[in-house]
Design a protein around this ligand. Structure first.
Ligand SMILES: Cc1cc2nc3c(=O)[nH]c(=O)nc-3n(C[C@H](O)[C@H](O)[C@H](O)COP(=O)(O)OP(=O)(O)OC[C@H]3O[C@@H](n4cnc5c(N)ncnc54)[C@H](O)[C@@H]3O)c2cc1C
Length: 434
C-alpha cells in the first residue's frame, strides 16, 4: 500500500518546510512502536515517553509527520455535533456520552497548548449550524431542545442577524453554540511534533507494509528495514482497514477542501468586514464554511468513497471547481479565481459514529475512527491509549469506555454499495447546501 498526498494544503503551506527528518533504513528492536504520527500517534508518543522517561519509543509515519488528515482538516475543535442522531431519550444518553468525550478532548488540547505555549490561532468563538432552507428550523429546534437538556449555551438566529455576522445572505436560519473552538490545524500538529520528548525516535516516509504477531512480539516490515516490537499502537485512523486492524469496524472516507487567498481590504469591506467564524451544515453533506482571521474562506463540501488513496490532479480539480461554485453561491460579488489551493484528506468512519479505543491483543492497541471530529478526541485518545498500554487507569479512560462501541460492518462489496447509496441519498438531501 502507498500513502501519498497532494501538496496543495494551505494549512501545511502556511508553515516552514520540515527538514532533517529520519527515514528507517535498518532493522530495529523496541519495546513500544506507534504507527501513524497525526494527533493520535503524536499524543500517544508524548505521553508514553513521559510515563517511561528512560525508555525509547519509536514512532513511524508513511509520510511527513502530521501531514495526513491532522493538517488537512477544517480546524473545528468541537464540543457538540449535530448529525449524530438524538431524537429519543436513549439517544440523548448516547449523545451525552459523546459530548463528555468532546469536553475531555477540548480540555486535553487546552492543556497541551498551555503547557507548550502553542500559538495555533485559537479562537473560542463557538460555531454556527446553518442552512439556507427555512424548513430546517424544525431540525434546529429539536437540536436546541437537546442542547438545553444538556446545558449547552446556544441561540437560534434568523437571516437578518446572519447576513450581518457572516457577510453572506445565503443562510436563512442557524443555531449558534457558544462552545467550540476554531484553530489552525497545521500549527497545532506541528507543535505536537516539536514537543516530542527526546526519548521518542520519529521515522518519516516510513510506510508499514506488513505486520505479524509472534508469541510475545510483533514483527513489522518496511521498505528498507524492519522493527521487532514488544508492543504496538496503531494510530493510523483512515488506514486501519488497509493494515488489517479492526477491519470490520471502520472504513475510510475521502474529503476535499479548498481555501481562497486572503480577501483584499475592499473585498472584505464589501462583504461587511465579518469577524472570524465557522459554519457547519445542518444536513450532513452540506458545506463547511470557515472565514479565517486572516480573511481567507475555506470550503469543504465533498464526502466520498474514493480509491486509491491518492486523488488524481484531474479529480482534485473537478472538486475544486465544485467548491468554487459553493463560494460563488455564498459570495456572488467576489472574483471567480480566488481559490488558492485544494486538497484531499482521509478520515475513518464507523457505522454508528463511534470511536475505536481498544486493546486488540495483549500487546496490540488501536485508537482512532473519529468520524470527522478528531482534533480533540484524537489528542485525548492518543494520550489515554498510552496510559492504557502502560496498564494504568484514569478518569478519562472510564469516560471513554462508557461510549457505545463501533458496530460490525457488512463485508465488501456490500459495504461500499451501502455507503455509496447512503452518500447519494444524503447528497440529494443536501443539494441546496453545497
Ligand atoms: C477535509 C477534512 C476536514 C476535517 N475537519 C475536521 C474538523 O473541523 N474538526 C475535527 O475535529 N476533525 C476534522 N477532520 C478529521 C480529523 O482531521 C481527523 O479525525 C484527525 O486528523 C485524526 O487524527 P489521527 O492522528 O487519528 O489520524 P491522521 O491524521 O490521519 O494520521 C494517521 C497517520 O497514519 C499514517 N499512516 C497510515 N498508514 C500508515 C502505514 N501503513 N505506515 C505508517 N504510517 C501510516 C498516515 O500517513 C497519517 O499521517 C477533518 C478531516 C478532513 C480530511
Amino acid at each position: 500500500m502507498q500513502v501519498i498526498n497532494d501538496n496543495g494544503c494551505s494549512w501545511i503551506n502556511d508553515l516552514s518546510s520540515r527538514v532533517n527528518y529520519k527515514t528507517l533504513s535498518s532493522d530495529l528492536n523496541c519495546e513500544w512502536l506507534i504507527v501513524g504520527a497525526g494527533y493520535t500517534g503524536l499524543s500517544a508518543a508524548r505521553k508514553l515517553a513521559q510515563i517511561y522517561r528512560n525508555k525509547k519509543i519509536l514512532l513511524v509515519d508513511a509520510q511527513l509527520a502530521g501531514e495526513g488528515a491532522s493538517s488537512r482538516n477544517s480546524g473545528y475543535l468541537v464540543d457538540t455535533t449535530l448529525n449524530d442522531g438524538f431524537t429519543s431519550n436513549k439517544e440523548l444518553e448516547n449523545y451525552k456520552k459523546k459530548a463528555d468525550i468532546y469536553k475531555l478532548g477540548i480540555e486535553t488540547v487546552k492543556r497541551f497548548i498551555k503547557e507548550y505555549q502553542v500559538d495555533c490561532d485559537w479562537n473560542e468563538c463557538g460555531k454556527y449550524f446553518a442552512s439556507s432552507k427555512i424548513v430546517d428550523t424544525k431540525i434546529l429546534e429539536k437540536f436546541s431542545e437537546t442542547l438545553s437538556k444538556l446545558g449547552f449555551d446556544h441561540k437560534i438566529l434568523s437571516q437578518k442577524d446572519l447576513s450581518r455576522k457572516l457577510g453572506t445572505s445565503f443562510y436563512n436560519i442557524a443555531l449558534q453554540t457558544k462552545g467550540g473552538i476554531l484553530l489552525h490545524p497545521g500549527k497545532l500538529v506541528r507543535a505536537m511534533i516539536d514537543a516530542l520528548p527526546e526519548n521518542v525516535d520519529l521515522y518519516e516516509n516510513t510506510t508499514l507494509l506488513k505486520w505479524k504477531k509472534n508469541n510475545n512480539s510483533v514483527d513489522c516490515k518496511f521498505k528498507n528495514g524492519s522493527i521487532k516490537t514488544k508492543n504496538i499502537i496503531f494510530a493510523t485512523n483512515g488506514f486501519f482497514k488497509s493494515l488489517g486492524v479492526k477491519k470490520n469496524f471502520s472504513f475510510p472516507i475521502t474529503l476535499t477542501a479548498s481555501m481562497t487567498r486572503p480577501l483584499t481590504d475592499k473585498e472584505f469591506e464589501d462583504i461587511g468586514s465579518p469577524k472570524e467564524y465557522g459554519i457547519l451544515p445542518v444536513k450532513p453533506l452540506g458545506a463547511t464554511i470557515r472565514f479565517t482571521k486572516d480573511r481567507r474562506i475555506l470550503i469543504r463540501n465533498t464526502v466520498e468513497v474514493y480509491n486509491p488513496y491518492k486523488m488524481s490532479k484531474e479529480d482534485l480539480l473537478e472538486r475544486s471547481n465544485y467548491q468554487k461554485l459553493g463560494i460563488k453561491r455564498r459570495f456572488p460579488n467576489l472574483p471567480n479565481d480566488i481559490i488558492q489551493s485544494s486538497w484531499s484528506g482521509i478520515v475513518s468512519r464507523s457505522r454508528n459514529s463511534s470511536q475505536i479505543f481498544e486493546k486488540i491483543d495483549n500487546n496490540i492497541f488501536a485508537a482512532g475512527c473519529y468520524n470527522g471530529s478528531g482534533i480533540g478526541v484524537g489528542t485525548l485518545f492518543g494520550e489515554q491509549i498510552a496510559v492504557k498500554v502502560s496498564n494504568q487507569n484514569s478518569e478519562e479512560i472510564n469516560t471513554i469506555e462508557k461510549r457505545n462501541k463501533p458496530t460490525w460492518l457488512p463485508p465488501q462489496p456490500f459495504l461500499n454499495l451501502g455507503v455509496r447509496t447512503r452518500l447519494i441519498y444524503e447528497r440529494l438531501r443536501a443539494r441546496s447546501e453545497t
